[in-house]
Design a binder for this molecule. Structure first.
Ligand code: URA
Length: 467
């Protein structure tokens, strides 16, 4: 028996050696990478490159992607494996060559792990552009209970998230920002792997999330990246320690891979800002850009991200200078102007800043206030459940082909900690397509917003991560 076990070990080692060293497309057997991960061992750079190439070429089947992803979920990856996996995916990608444009400023981007009411991208990209940066932001659509930047932008008639490359380059060079969708060729390995993960309960993995997000950012040849990693009842990671571990993983891997990256951790136990929903969020972001101030939590998250971006790109040498630049860009109206020019350049309205407040076509047929059911403080909100309720009435999609209703959502949403008076304080104002949809969201508030006699104790809204 012992002899048999030894022989098996030798054979397994030999197979592993051959695969770790590398082999041709025809002889490549993806099972070995799965076995190595299943057994909790570390994959070599070569083995990872072969596996990723196999995913791109179709040599690795969906079942083998699922098995690999589950093995990673259960066994994890080392920082070196994550870096190698990220780089291998980023290398297998086509993207627009921003470097060729010889832009006169740093090329920066921001990524958020997603939440409800998260319109930070619009404000941060516009402020950075106004500060002399160039922000080619590749954004996503609604995912689960969270909103999607592209869906929000598509509430602007004519805005084309897939505008042709020449126009995108022109708009980036002229306005300092573009917010667009990923092309089919951007990191095809991630596209395939993500699709399988979505169907096999393997999305929630610190390792795979790190590789997936960063591969797309690395493929863009950026000078720097800022990450907004959210924790709380509306985030993918509700626990702040898990979110911090994700932030650390992403910063470590990005920096190992040569992309300077800073991260903040931010609270997602409340809707961010006062609105949730596509058009409603865009209006709130435009209000912040035109008025120069906004709901304090929203403004604070934007300021922290801009501050980190300006410091990492050395446009500001202290948090104080960066914060002043943030305020000036908003209050001078420069950020709003950059954003409006970008919208016009990508096919949207030409006179956005003058017209957005007057747009009656975006008024939802039913508008209803939800009043506080008791005296006290908002002590807890299940933001994920509220997000799902909003998604169901048209803020999101039930399936990839589902239709978004850009008009619907919330305004006047109040965060945890707000003191409320029964029957008087508005917890939120629902904008819905029908009375039954409004009832549905009202019921979600009833079930998922807790009022207590004492204010809740929470973590700070924003923590700048230093690893
Ligand atoms: N967003 C991504 O792009 N990838 C993930 O794995 C999770 C969120």
């Amino acid at each position: 028996m012992r002899g048999l076990l030894m022989s098996l070990t030798v054979i397994r080692g030999a197979i592993g050696f051959v695969l770790q060293v590398g082999m041709s497309k025809k002889t490549y057997n993806p099972q070995e990478a799965i076995i190595i991960k299943r057994d909790g061992r570390e994959l070599s750079k070569k083995a990872i490159e072969h596996y990723v190439q196999g995913v791109v070429d179709g040599v690795v089947s969906d079942a083998q992607i699922a098995a690999f992803a589950m093995a990673v979920c259960l066994r994890g990856m080392t920082v070196q494996e994550r870096t190698d996996f990220t780089l291998a995916m980023a290398k297998n990608s086509e993207h627009q060559d921003w470097l060729r444009l010889n832009l006169d400023g740093p090329l920066l981007d921001k990524h958020s792990t997603g939440g409800v009411g998260d319109k930070v991208s619009f404000i941060v990209a516009a402020v950075l552009a106004a500060c002399g940066c160039f922000v080619p932001m590749i954004s996503g659509r609604t995912l689960g209970h969270t909103g999607g930047t592209l869906d929000k932008l598509e509430s602007l008639p004519g805005y084309d998230v897939h505008t042709d490359a020449v126009q995108v380059e022109k708009v980036l060079a002229q306005t300092g920002l573009v917010i667009i969708g990923a092309s089919e060729q951007l990191v095809p390995a991630d596209r395939r792997i993500y699709d399988v993960r979505d169907r096999t309960a393997t999305v929630k993995s610190l390792d795979l999330i790190t590789c997936s997000i960063l591969s797309k950012k690395l493929a863009e040849d950026l000078d720097g990246l800022v990450l907004d990693v959210k924790y709380g009842s509306g985030a993918f990671f509700s626990d702040s320690h898990e979110a911090m571990a994700l932030a650390q993983s992403m910063v470590q891997v990005a920096n190992h891979a040569g992309l300077q990256t800073h991260a903040i951790l931010s609270d997602m136990n409340s809707v961010l800002g006062h609105t949730a929903g596509n058009w409603l969020e865009l209006v709130e972001a435009l209000d912040v850009m035109t008025a120069g101030v906004g709901e304090p939590r929203l403004t604070k998250v934007c300021e922290a991200l801009v501050s980190e971006a300006l410091q990492l790109s050395e446009l500001a040498h202290s948090p104080g200078v960066a914060e002043q630049m943030f305020t000036d860009a908003l209050q001078s109206g420069r950020a709003a102007e950059c954003f409006a020019q970008m919208v016009a350049g990508l096919g949207g309205p030409k006179d956005l800043l003058k017209t957005y407040k007057k747009n009656k076509t975006m008024n939802a047929p039913v508008v209803r206030d939800i009043l506080a059911p008791a005296d006290g403080y908002i002590s807890a909100i299940d933001v994920t459940k509220l997000g799902w309720a909003l998604s169901r009435i048209g803020c999101g999609r039930a399936n990839p082909e589902g239709r978004i209703d850009h008009r619907v959502g919330l305004t006047h949403a109040q965060p945890c900690g707000t003191k409320v008076t029964v029957g008087q304080t508005i917890l939120a104002r629902i904008h819905a397509a029908s009375e039954s949809d409004a009832n549905y969201v009202a019921q979600a508030f009833d079930q998922n917003v807790k009022i207590s006699p004492d204010p809740p104790k929470g973590l700070p809204l924003v923590q700048v991560c230093r690893f």
